[in-house]
Structures are given as structure tokens and as C-alpha cells.
Design a protein around this ligand. Structure first.
Ligand code: KG4
Ligand code: ZN
Length: 347
């Protein structure tokens, strides 16, 4: 089965072709980082306009690199939400037009759920070896922990009460004077630390058994301490602060995953996904502190990409083949997310 995936939820216009749910034949990403860098974050309208320019060439390139034509594709999968609504509408409208024009099924995909699928791409694991599983999505918009019986069944067991983990990396990086996105810059700087214990950090959501995340306290702590230490112009202090912050931010994820592993002993594995999954320190900490076998995405499938949309789309398509026109569904932003989930859970 050949699925074309399309992603436009934030600042990456992406298209990919995936065979049989796991084999990535092509994965093209047009990143807008250089456009948004000067604003210190993603500007929604600029993102939507850039998607409009990029979508057609990116889809064409993905098909060409996979040595396919649109006629070879069995179905099209597109990110429906959550994300920036103007950005999503570009991908969704394009995909609806393409599916109608070529008479192909169109599979609407939840971006956050699809992230988990990133860990399964280009691997030959049988689903029976992996599931049930505990899945973490740690990205710029979400810090969600799931218990999953299969690649398409998600029980949300923990989420952030405030900022997402990646968002906290970005905001702290901005305070330090680094450009967007902040996660990779903080990781790089932390490697230069001469004294990683120089700055004690608070332990958010300390209650051991509570399965929830919180990052705003850590962000406030960092904002006070960066000023107090006068760190912005001092590379050594900056490196020590980055290292302490990184361990506190990642430590929270590791602690809560360890609690989830105790609470859900049926889980066979741990699927880690989202931009933060690219962090090598996180990978090391998880492998040392959590007994469950962690499965990490290859680096190109941590941050936003369309291969995860195509892969997850093909898992959905296998379950229900009924994704035909008219496509009466719409895109949803992160603010509609609660309502969309409530509707989906209503029998
Ligand atoms: O999954 P993603 O590309 O986009 C969203 O769906 O949000 O995640 C982007 C987030 C950003 O907040 C970025 O700073 C963070 O992932 N990130 C990292 C690293 N690489 C990206 N955070 C920590 N360490 C990294 N190496
Ligand atoms: Zn994402």
C-alpha cells in the first residue's frame, strides 16, 4: 500500500511517500526556520503564506524522489490538526483538491498521534513485539503520554498543565539569547558545561505518583537565574545553566515515564516522539533510568515531517477504508482540540 502524506501544521511544509506503513520512499521538508528566526517564533500568517508557496513543489518532489506518480498512490493522508489554523488550511485544502481530482481516499490525521508513528518508520518491528506500549510526544506544542494497545489506540494518561517541554526549551533559549528553535542550541551549549551542578533547579510536579507535567515554574526559575547570574554575556555560566536546565526539563519526562511504566506493567515498549526526542542526553537518561525498551525515531522523524503522517495514515486506512469524498470534515487548531476529542469520544 502506497500512501502520500502531507503536513502543514506549523512551520514545515512536508510531503512523503510511505510503502506498507513503515518503508519511507521519500520524505521532503521545506523548513521555514530562516523566515521566522528574526521574530523569535513562528508568525502564523507568514507560515500560512509560505505553505501556499511550498506545497505544490514539495508534493511533486516527494513523488519524484519516490519514483511514483499520483496514479500509483492508494490514498492521501493529511494533517487535520492540531496546529496553526491558517497553516493547516493550506495542507487540508490542497489535499482535498488532490484527492477529489484524482478520486483517491483522503485520510485526516491527528498530528500529535502521528508523531508516535515516527518511531516506527524504517524499522521492521512487528506490531505484536511493540504493543501494548507507552508513548510520549514531547514537542513544541505538546507533552503527552499515552498508553497504547495498538498504533491507532491512544489513552491519554498525562499532559502538561501549562507549557510544553519543547516550548520551555524555546522560551529559555530566547532568554539566553539563542535563536529559534531553542532545543538544539541548549543541547549544544550544555555539552560545554564545566560544572553541571553549579545551579540547583526546582523539581516540578514532585509528587511521585502524579502523572502530569508542568514547565512554567522551571521557565520562571530560569528567567530569574539567568538575570541573577548575569549569564547572557558569560559563556561558562550559560553552559552550566543550560546543562542544569536541560537535566531538569528532561528529568521530569524520565521520572513520569518511569511512574507510567510501573502503573502499566502490560506495556512491552516505550515509543518516544516529537522534536525533544532528538535530544541525545534524553536518549541516554531514558536508557539508563527506565526499564522498558525505548524506541526512538530516526532523527529526521523526530521533528515535523510527512512520513509520520503517511505511516500513521496507512495504519488508519487499514482499519477503516471509508475515507471517500465528500470530505465534510475541517481542520482544527490546538484551541479546538478539546472539543474535537470530546466529539470523537462521544458514541
Ligand atoms: O515536533 P516538533 O518539530 O514540532 C511540534 O510539533 O511542535 O518539535 C519542535 C520542538 C521545539 O520546541 C524544539 O526546540 C524542540 O522540539 N527540540 C528539541 C531538540 N530538537 C528540537 N528540544 C530539546 N533538544 C533538542 N535536541
Ligand atoms: Zn509536531
Amino acid at each position: 500500500m502506497i500512501i502520500l502524506g502531507i503536513e502543514s501544521s506549523c512551520d514545515e511544509t512536508a510531503a512523503a511517500v510511505v510503502r506498507d506503513g513503515w518503508e519511507v520512499l521519500s520524505s521532503e521538508v521545506a523548513s521555514q526556520i530562516s523566515i521566522h528566526e528574526e521574530f523569535g517564533g513562528v508568525v502564523p500568517e507568514i507560515a500560512a503564506r509560505a505553505h501556499l508557496q511550498n506545497i505544490e513543489p514539495v508534493v511533486k518532489l516527494a513523488l519524484t524522489k519516490a519514483d511514483m506518480q499520483i496514479a500509483d498512490v492508494d490514498a492521501i493522508a493529511v494533517t487535520q490538526g492540531p496546529g496553526l489554523i491558517g497553516a493547516l488550511l493550506v495542507g487540508v485544502s490542497y489535499a482535498k483538491g488532490l484527492a477529489l481530482g484524482t478520486n483517491k481516499p483522503l485520510i485526516p490525521v491527528d498530528h500529535v498521534h502521528a508523531h508516535i508513528y515516527g518511531a516506527l518508520l524504517d524499522t521492521k518491528y512487528k506490531h505484536s513485539e511493540i504493543f501494548p506500549s507507552i508513548g510520549l510526544v514531547a514537542s513544541g506544542g505538546h507533552t503527552n503520554l499515552y498508553f497504547m494497545n495498538s498504533p491507532t489506540e491512544f489513552e491519554l494518561i498525562a499532559w502538561s498543565d501549562d507549557d510544553a517541554c519543547g516550548e520551555c526549551f524555546d522560551k529559555v533559549a530566547k532568554l539566553m539569547g539563542f535563536s529559534y528553535p531553542g532545543g538544539p542550541a541548549i543541547e549544544k551549549m550544555a555539552k560545554q558545561a564545566s560544572d553541571p551542578d553549579a545551579y540547583p533547579m526546582p523539581t516540578p510536579v514532585e509528587q511521585k505518583n502524579k502523572l502530569r507535567f508542568s514547565y512554567s515554574g522551571l521557565k520562571t526559575h530560569m528567567s530569574i537565574n539567568i538575570k541573577k547570574a548575569n549569564a547572557v554575556d558569560d559563556e561558562n555560566k550559560k553552559a552550566n545553566l543550560c546543562s542544569a536546565f536541560q537535566d531538569a526539563a528532561l528529568g521530569q519526562l524520565v521520572r513520569k515515564i518511569a511512574v507510567a511504566a510501573e502503573k502499566y506493567p502490560r506495556a512491552n515498549s516505550l515509543l518516544i516522539a516529537g522534536g525533544v526526542a532528538a535530544n541525545q542526553r534524553f536518549r541516554d537518561l531514558l536508557s539508563t533510568h527506565v526499564k522498558l525498551k525505548p524506541i526512538f525515531p530516526k532523527l529526521p522523524y523526530c521533528s515535523d515531517n510527512a512520513a509520520m503522517i503517511a505511516g500513521f495514515g496507512s495504519a488508519l486506512f487499514q482499519n477503516h477504508q471509508d475515507y471517500k469524498a465528500p470530505f465534510s470534515w475541517d481542520a482544527y487548531s490546538r484551541y479546538d482540540y478539546g472539543a474535537v476529542l470530546a466529539k470523537a469520544n462521544t458514541p
